[in-house]
Ligand binder design. Structure first.
Ligand SMILES: Nc1ncnc2c1ncn2[C@@H]1O[C@H](COP(=O)(O)OP(=O)(O)O)[C@@H](O)[C@H]1O
Ligand SMILES: [Mg+2]
Length: 391
């Protein structure tokens, strides 16, 4: 999908989205509202008390490991699955009990097969045919959609005569056929190679902006989610952990699972050895003590087990001692990038840490002995059991 829609299509798209806007007076913050949704398959709990709101025009990504409930949440939104408890509202209207076709939602599921015996045009026009639109109108709309996904002229072909990426674009065109207000994409490019996925991802994002269609996109690819989303919802074992802008999740994760979901993370375990009011001190499992300048908060219990985490850009490697909690270490690998350096170091006690630094820093090389420390107050601490953020 190398080019943007023709001026003709743009006009039509814009006017149709404008008419949509005129007919809705509902608060943008609650265009889609999922309230306290819980779902089971037999005895298996797939979702637990999930609540979240999606604003009109937003591109929300659901990110989380396999089995965390992403597909189930989309199926409930689409109306394919009835939740055990909770409600789904679209534009303020409770749709929890409505069948899929009454919801005005376009859906592209992972490996969602096209009808193999039908032409590309017939596939794209299928939702319109089901809605009994006049033939001439269907033909016009199908041509618009082929143009939109950059497949002009491919209408007469069979799906088997298209590449995987082209087939997914046909599926996308079909999902957009009846001007849905909400588009649900469940790992739509999961089966494609990385380069094609990036290309299609970008195309979808541009198209989504052009159409202004509110989109919920399921992926387990953090880079994809990071670059495409207005916000990311992190799912873990059927629960919503955090929903926020990508950089917020990266910088201020609410829990260890959200922290792990985006970016590289150094992790180790420790025990709190300070008292409330003192400076925070942690005895790391390797025996060393980390002390920083933050004050031990009242809710942190002395003796509590904590999961500690620090981003690579906050790990400093140097021949000079930088702070009282520095580790002595050996540089396992120093990797030169353009304008940055990356180090893998191993502390004397056996902790392996990743560090990234901007180009000018650290004349430290493979095999060197060096000090390793964390920039001031950058060590995140999470409850070892619940994973929730402590400090
Ligand atoms: N049809 C099903 N029958 C039984 N269990 C299911 C079914 N679909 C999903 N599950 C279970 O529900 C949980 C959530 O699955 P799913 O929503 O598919 O997660 P994700 O899309 O994040 O990989 C998992 O434990 C999964 O095994
Ligand atoms: Mg899934």
């Amino acid at each position: 999908m190398g080019r943007s829609p023709s001026p003709r299509i743009r006009m039509q798209l814009r006017s149709s989205s404008m008419s949509n806007e005129a007919s809705h007076s509902v608060d943008d913050q609650a265009f889609v509202e999922i309230s306290n949704v819980t779902h089971y398959y037999g005895d298996v709990r797939a979702l637990r008390d999930v609540s979240l709101g999606v604003a009109r025009g937003e591109f929300l990504s659901l990110l989380g490991p396999s089995g965390s409930g992403k597909t189930t949440l989309l199926r409930i939104l689409a109306g394919i699955e009835l939740p055990r408890a909770g409600a789904v509202r679209i534009r303020g209207r409770d749709v929890t009990l409505l069948p899929p076709e009454a919801r005005g939602i376009g859906v592209v599921f992972q490996n969602y097969a096209l009808f193999p015996h039908m032409s590309v045009s017939a596939n794209i026009g299928y939702p319109l045919q089901v809605r009994r639109l006049p033939k001439a109108q269907i033909r016009t709309r199908v041509d618009e959609l082929l143009d939109l996904v950059d497949l002009t002229g491919y209408g007469p072909r069979r799906p088997s005569e298209l590449s995987g990426g082209q087939q997914q674009r046909v599926a996308l065109a079909r999902a957009l056929a009846f001007h849905p207000e909400l588009l649900l994409l469940d790992e739509p490019f999961g089966a494609l190679d990385r380069r094609l996925r990036e290309q299609l991802g970008l195309a979808v994002r541009l198209l989504q902006r052009e159409l202004g269609v509110t989109t919920i996109f399921v992926t387990h690819d953090q880079d994809e989610a990071f670059t495409m989303s207005t916000r990311i919802a992190v799912m873990h074992e059927g629960e919503l952990m955090q929903i926020a802008e990508p950089t917020t999740i990266y910088r201020t994760p609410s829990d260890i699972h959200s922290a792990r979901t985006i970016g590289t993370l150094n992790e180790f375990q420790g025990t709190v050895i300070s008292e409330p009011g003192e400076r925070v001190s942690i005895r790391i499992t390797d025996g060393s003590v980390h002390r920083d300048t933050r004050t031990h908060p009242a809710e942190l219990r002395r003796g509590a087990s904590v999961s500690c985490a620090v981003r690579p850009e906050h790990v400093r490697v140097s021949h000079e001692r930088m702070g009282e909690s520095d580790f002595t270490s050996t540089v396992l690998a120093a990797i030169e990038g353009g304008g940055w350096r990356r180090f893998q170091v191993k502390t004397a006690q056996g902790l392996v840490l990743m560090s990234t630094a901007s180009g000018r820093s650290s004349a430290v090389y493979d095999g060197d002995d060096a000090y390793v420390g964390f920039a001031d107050n950058t060590l995140m601490m999470f409850d070892a059991e619940s994973g929730s953020r402590l400090i």
